[in-house]
Design a protein around this ligand. Structure first.
Ligand SMILES: Cc1ncc(C[n+]2csc(CCOP(=O)(O)OP(=O)(O)O)c2C)c(N)n1
Ligand SMILES: [Mg+2]
Length: 161
């Protein structure tokens, strides 16, 4: 999504694991980015599945006293894989999982954390997160990917015409 949608205005300001698109890079990657550019604000975007792959690195961020902001899309599943399976087979299998309470886990690591419940809460939540200067922040954003299949159908109709 970031590769397609995020407008990047200066070189080296958007880091993506292009090619293999490895999950789990964004938290350690954002800590590394903060270490290289402590003066810049760093936000990391990742899915809940990817976040769970390296969530323990919150401890590293706390230990090093760096403040990347993690924005976590929470859908309780490997959403992209579910979408691909739905397109191919009309259903998906083996892609749902149960999340821990990310706010509680992040707070347990010593981070600032909050969950937003509507779009107008996002901007103030991000502002509060960036205002925390000495440790990582986690902003959890619930998402409903059922819109994806509607998009797929709409694009399919466009192509058919
Ligand atoms: C290390 C790794 N394993 C598997 C994949 C294949 N893969 C691509 S997207 C995806 C699911 C991502 O789930 P999540 O992080 O929750 O993001 P969502 O699509 O739900 O927003 C998987 C398993 C990958 N890219 N990297
Ligand atoms: Mg997910």
């Amino acid at each position: 999504m970031v590769a397609r949608q995020y407008p990047t205005y200066t070189p080296n300001s958007c880091l993506i694991t292009n090619g293999f698109c490895s999950m789990g890079i964004s938290l350690p990657g954002s800590i590394a980015a903060k270490l290289v550019h402590p003066d810049r604000r760093v936000v990391a975007l990742c899915g809940d599945g990817a976040f769970l792959m390296n969530i323990q690195e919150l401890a590293t961020g706390v230990r090093l006293g760096v403040n990347p902001v993690m924005l976590v899309w929470e859908d309780g599943g490997y959403g992209l894989i579910s979408w691909k399976q739905d397109i191919e087979f009309g259903r998906h299998f083996g892609t749902d999982f149960v999340n821990p309470d990310f706010v509680a886990v992040a707070e347990g690591f010593g981070c600032h954390a909050e969950r937003v419940t509507s779009t107008d809460e996002l901007r103030p939540a991000l502002k509060r997160a960036f205002d925390v200067l000495d440790r990582p922040s986690v902003v959890v954003v619930p998402v409903d990917y059922s819109e994806n299949m509607k998009l797929t159908r709409r694009l399919g109709q466009l192509l058919a015409h």
